[in-house]
Design a protein around this ligand. Structure first.
Ligand SMILES: Nc1ncnc2c1ncn2[C@@H]1O[C@H](COP(=O)(O)OP(=O)(O)O)[C@@H](O)[C@H]1O
Ligand SMILES: [Mg+2]
Length: 259
């Protein structure tokens, strides 16, 4: 493969993935550059989670080429996993584990024989504003606090690529703001961030590009190029007004439309 060991976080060429006869993604091609902050949007069932799973190497494309830092994620899982932090969709995480906040960060890695430095755990818990709560039981935290702890956990191995599947689901506004500030800071440090979100507006001023997905790649580019009436109609099957804010950004106004 030509991009072996490259600094291209994600490169996809005609990637297709099908779950037992139902195509979830068809002919997806794109390249994400180092340090980008990408928002992925699309209606339910658009294949957003599937795309993150492909990048994380949890599933393998049926057709096409997908590389992560020049490696095939499903074939070089271990090497790729060292470079990425993956936060699955909240619905797919067991949140009732009787662990303390601190244990959530240390135990999973101990089990695979990776030693976690105490200072690193402290640093990360401080980073997400959860150090004071390190001895609290994880299941007793609010949704936003849990998500901050899980985000800290994805950062343990100092990933170069962060994959976040709906990181703001069940998260209160103060926690959301805290997480966005943190992602912004990580992106500034050159970490590539890919976040699946339902509402792009809180992130719109921070992201480099938006991907609009509905089984096919509808559009991928700067928000003002992507959020056209035509693209939104293709992705969501509905008309959603777009307003330009004072700073010149194109914001889709979802109203109560959830896609
Ligand atoms: N494990 C699975 N087995 C069968 N079908 C699945 C599975 N996971 C997802 N799908 C289907 O694939 C499509 C894309 O799902 P998903 O990637 O989760 O979409 P999104 O995250 O955009 O809501 C949906 O039609 C969904 O029902
Ligand atoms: Mg999903």
């Amino acid at each position: 493969m030509s991009k072996l060991g490259s600094n291209i976080p994600v490169h996809a060429e005609n990637v297709t993935f099908t779950y037992s006869g139902n195509p979830a993604l068809q002919n997806i091609s794109f390249t994400i550059q180092e340090g980008e902050f990408i928002a992925i949007l699309g209606p339910n069932g658009a294949g957003k989670s599937t795309l993150l799973k492909l990048i994380a190497g949890l599933i393998k494309p049926d057709r096409g080429v997908l590389s992560v830092f020049g490696m095939y994620p499903w074939r070089q899982k271990k090497d790729v996993l060292k470079l990425i932090g993956y936060l699955p969709q909240r619905e797919n995480i067991a949140l009732d584990l009787p662990l303390t906040v601190q244990q959530v960060l240390t135990i999973p890695l101990k089990s695979i024989g990776v030693r976690v430095e105490e200072e690193r755990v402290e640093y990360l818990l401080r980073l997400v504003g959860m150090f004071e709560m390190r001895d609290k039981t994880f299941s007793e935290l609010s949704g936003g606090q849990q998500q901050r702890v899980l985000l800290a956990r994805t950062l343990i191995n100092e990933p170069k690529l962060l994959l976040l599947d709906e990181p703001f689901n069940g998260v209160d506004i103060p926690s959301q703001e805290k997480i966005i500030g943190l992602l912004q800071e990580l992106a500034r440090r050159g970490i590539t961030v890919i976040a699946v979100v339902h509402n792009v507006n809180p992130l719109l001023h921070e992201i480099t590009r938006v991907m609009l997905l509905n089984k096919r790649l509808i559009a991928f580019g700067r928000a003002e190029e992507v959020f056209t009436e035509e693209n939104i109609l293709k992705a969501y099957g509905a008309r959603i007004p777009v307003v330009i804010c004072d700073e010149g950004f194109a914001h889709p106004l979802y109203g109560d439309h959830h896609g």
